[in-house]
Design a protein around this ligand. Structure first.
Ligand code: F6P
Length: 510
């Protein structure tokens, strides 16, 4: 059996590194290493991460890399990318990376799978007005019903890419609270609406119930007196699922079902047919660019030496704080309104993947695993949660996400957005001391600084950069799971609540 992580000499070396690091300050680190900013800035697939404002030095970094090697990170990474059965409790691979290679990229030999191509073709037909409802009018609204991974990724990317370029409106519904579906249906016309049910399992209560209500809404359409015919609700439904038989069983036509492999985890599924909403809103080229950006990050993760490997570096920094500084939170502050859904997306990606109490052998991990992931879009966050960030008695390392081109935008508001992020990063690192004469001497005004951040920059907020960013976060999550020796690809903890609900339904309690 694998030795406990805490027995590894590399783990003990990090505990020692933590003890000797304790008296040092961020300011002190910059003093002894004047080119620290350059030394600790890394780029991959167009994404740059400046990690210089972390409690890290060469010794600690070497010790973290040694731990990664002792945990067989390279071997397990290769197994993940080769499609081996890394999801040991569900006995299958977690091979989402196989979905994101583009046929015209000569360095990559795989091609998009058949279902991805069907999905893209369908999206283009919709955008061209070639998909009609049962009364002959072109579809102009798509209501996407899904939850968790069948919603958060597609919703995030659809919004992150900005104003949709096509004529079809895409709306999202996840919650069973009627308020969300009711709002999505406002102004929609059954004749010109398509309802897309997105569910890997096609058993999820929220999705099936919202689908039922949406179908009733379609069926309730009354034709105008002089109108031609009835509306056929089935003609207005499509499904995206890894269980096509279940979708067929509830009356969705097989030609209107887009499937994906069961080795694509729900929270990793936006790259599959589940990305349909993205392609409808922004076109197939945007979707291909998204895949290409992610594929470039995959390539980096697969080949870059660990000491320059961005997902590895960010992952190891996370381990350093959680396990050696007992910091159980991590924040993300995207300075881009279009990324306002990044925090919920990352919460699922990281907390559902890493919120585990037993290791791959079924034994208690004996060490902390997932931090609480939280965040809010900047600058909004500055006026709500940043008091805690600057003066709270405990704190949270944070990723500040910035868009480089905003710094030189013609629109002053973008320049302000970018400058505000950098001002906050400096305030967290250096505290109020950096203000010089403007500093208040009152105790209540003191901001101690020394609080670590990563500054992650994208050249621009386009599909390629977003693809690379999301793949970076996926791989960082995997790195954590390897060090903690846990399975990042199952989510058994959510089953108890689901089963209890079913028991209540069976007893007709609701
Ligand atoms: O309950 C958790 C979960 O299974 C997530 O892992 C998943 O993303 C979500 O529910 C939705 O599942 P499905 O795509 O099967 O409807």
């Amino acid at each position: 059996m694998t030795a406990s992580r805490t027995d590894l000499p590399e783990w003990l070396a990090l505990e020692e590194a933590r003890r000797s690091f304790a008296p040092r300050t961020l300011a002190g680190l910059f003093k002894v290493e004047p080119d620290r900013r350059q030394r600790w800035t890394f780029t991959a697939a167009g994404v740059t991460a400046d990690v210089s404002r972390n409690w890290i030095d060469e010794n600690t970094f070497a010790a973290l890399l040694a731990l990664a090697r002792a945990c067989d990170l390279e071997k397990l990474r290769d197994a993940l990318l080769a499609g081996e059965g890394v999801n040991n409790t569900e006995h299958r691979p977690a091979w989402h990376t196989a979905l994101r290679t583009r046929p015209d990229d000569p360095s990559l030999t795989r091609t998009l799978d058949e279902e991805q191509l069907r999905t893209l073709g369908f999206a283009e037909a919709l955008r061209a007005g070639r998909i009609e409802g049962s009364t002959g009018r072109p579809i102009t609204t798509v209501i996407c019903i899904g939850i968790g991974g069948s919603d958060l990724g597609p919703r995030l990317v659809t919004e992150a890419l900005g104003t949709p370029t096509g004529p079809v409106q895409v709306r999202f519904v996840s919650n069973i609270d009627p308020a969300e579906l009711d709002a999505a249906l406002v102004g929609a016309q059954p004749e010109t609406t398509l309802v897309a049910a997105i569910s890997k399992s096609f058993t999820t209560m929220e999705t099936l119930e919202n689908l039922r209500v949406a179908r009733d809404w379609l069926a309730a359409w009354t034709p105008p007196a002089s109108g031609p015919q009835q509306l056929d609700p089935a003609h207005h439904l499509i499904a995206i699922t890894a269980q096509p038989d279940r979708a067929t069983a509830i009356g969705i036509h097989p030609k209107r079902i887009f499937s994906f492999h069961d080795w694509v985890g729900g929270r990793y599924s936006l790259w599959s047919s589940c990305g349909l909403p993205i392609a409808i809103a922004h076109g197939h080229q945007a979707f291909l660019d998204l895949l290409a950006g992610a594929a470039e990050m995959d390539q980096h993760f697969a080949t870059a030496p660990l000491e320059r490997n961005l997902p590895v570096i960010l992952g190891l920094l996370g381990i350093w704080y959680v396990n050696f500084w007992n910091i159980r939170a991590r924040a993300v502050f995207p300075y881009a309104q279009r990324l306002r859904n990044l925090a919920p997306y990352l919460q699922q990606l990281e907390m559902e993947s890493l919120g585990k109490r037993v290791d791959r052998n079924g034994q208690p991990t004996g060490i902390d695993t997932s931090p609480v992931v939280w965040g809010e879009v900047g600058t909004t966050a500055q006026h709500s949660v940043f008091q805690f960030m600057h003066q709270g008695t405990h704190w949270s390392p944070a990723d500040f996400l910035v868009v480089d081109e905003y710094a030189n935008s013609d629109d002053k508001r973008y320049r302000l957005l970018h400058a505000a992020a950098m001002a906050q990063v400096d305030a967290l690192a250096w505290g109020d001391g950096i203000l010089g004469p403007q500093r208040s001497t009152e105790n209540y005004a003191i901001a101690p600084g020394g609080r670590p951040t990563n500054v992650i920059s994208l050249p621009r907020l386009d599909a390629r950069s977003i693809g690379a960013l999301l793949a970076l976060y996926e791989h960082r999550t995997f790195v954590h799971s390897v060090i903690w020796n846990i399975n990042a690809f199952d989510q058994w903890g959510v089953e108890v609540g689901k089963k209890l609900l079913q028991q209540r339904l069976d007893r007709a309690v609701i």
